[in-house]
Write a protein that binds this ligand. Structure first.
Ligand code: DAH
Length: 355
């Protein structure tokens, strides 16, 4: 029995010196491991006579239970200590101010493209697109603008390859050609997109945005053109009535051609669209020239229609009171923050169409 007393004493001394979980683990192995002092005592039991063995086993089991309960309790203590330490260290300071979140804004041009697309989709137009890099044929020739036509110079074209006749499109009109060549009439499309001309001042940028419209069907007249544009301008500027005039003009791809002006006035330094005695030119339009239809394999005896083209950036400037076009493309975050749109704010004339 003195062996057992020694074991007990040695355990108590060592146990009192334990500092952490690792020490405790070592102590456990020292007594209960394969060759631990307690385990060895169990092995020893086999050599005892039955009477001795009974007493010894009783005593040994008592000590084993005693030591085990000490060890287990100590493990629990260490675990609790760890948890409390963690809770203390990982405390969240809810009095700290939150990190500021910079919310993105929708660029006025994207906003206006969305508005325009939704207004036209309401009356059956779908949105078509074409590449920025175009052939000279699609941009000029097929649009009835021959080689020596002055309009080619007026467009101040950026040629990418003069020999191969590849250029940056000067207007969205080439998408008329692409659409008609790739499909069968009727056609009823709008084309918002980037266009390029070698020009730069307060109201011109080398890259700008246009919106093209094309409606080809049987029996389409200039009356339809007028009605369509009148509807669009009223919806876009959110006015009930609009003063509007068609001025005779010339474009190679339409006959007859017109430019459209809308009435406006200035009141307290602010522009009022739709009324007043001043005129503002906003778009070009006309009845699609029979040559354009022939060039795109559409029979001009069966089909006819109208087309129009306007500057999107200018529409955005007018509607939202922005006076320098160049600012649109300078990517100044402060400017965008001021003139941009909250992505979660649904515009008043939004009808659920998204690009
Ligand atoms: N493409 C012309 C321009 O950039 C605008 C235009 C005028 C487009 C009349 C048309 C149109 O479709 O019919 O100046």
């Amino acid at each position: 029995m003195s062996d057992l007393n020694n074991i007990l004493n040695s355990f108590e001394t060592k146990f009192s010196q334990i500092k952490n979980k690792e020490d405790l683990q070592n102590l456990k192995s020292e007594f209960f491991g394969k060759n631990g002092s307690i385990s060895l005592q169990f092995k020893k039991m086999g050599s005892l006579n039955p009477e001795e063995r009974k007493n010894f086993a009783k005593e040994l089991n008592k000590i084993k239970d005693h030591l085990t309960s000490y060890i287990e309790k100590k493990f629990k203590d260490f675990e609790n200590l760890e948890i409390n330490q963690k809770l203390k260290n990982e405390k969240i300071d809810i009095t700290l101010p939150i990190r500021s979140i910079q919310q993105g804004k929708i660029h006025p041009v994207s906003q206006v493209i969305d508005e325009i697309s939704s207004i036209f989709s309401e009356v059956g137009f779908s949105v078509a697109e074409g590449p920025d890099v175009e052939t000279e044929n699609n941009n000029f020739t097929a649009l009835n603008t021959p080689e020596d036509h002055p309009a080619r110079d007026m467009h101040d074209t950026f040629y990418l390859d003069k020999d191969k006749k590849i250029l940056l499109r000067t207007h969205t009109s080439p998408v008329q050609i692409r659409t008609m060549l790739n499909g069968k009439p009727p056609f009823k499309i709008i084309v918002p997109g980037r266009t390029y001309r070698c020009d730069s001042d307060q109201t011109h940028a080398p890259m700008f945005h246009q919106l093209e419209g094309l409606h080809i069907d049987k029996n389409i007249t200039m009356g339809h053109l007028k009605g369509c544009l009148n509807y669009f301008i009223r919806e876009f500027f959110e006015v009930k009535k609009i003063k509007m005039r068609f001025r005779p003009s010339h474009f190679p791809f339409t006959e007859p051609s017109a430019e459209v002006d809308i009435g406006y006035k200035i009141e307290n330094g602010k522009i009022i669209i739709g009324e007043g005695d001043k005129w503002l030119e906003i778009l070009g339009c006309g009845m699609v020239h029979p040559n354009v239809l022939k060039n795109t394999k559409v029979d001009p005896k069966k089909y006819q229609g109208f087309a129009f083209g306007m500057g999107i950036d200018r529409l955005a400037m007018l509607k939202y009171g922005i006076n320098d076009l160049r600012a649109f493309f300078e990517t100044d975050y402060r400017w965008l923050n001021h003139f941009g749109f909250d992505p979660l704010d649904v515009p008043t004339n939004y009808r659920g169409l998204s690009r």
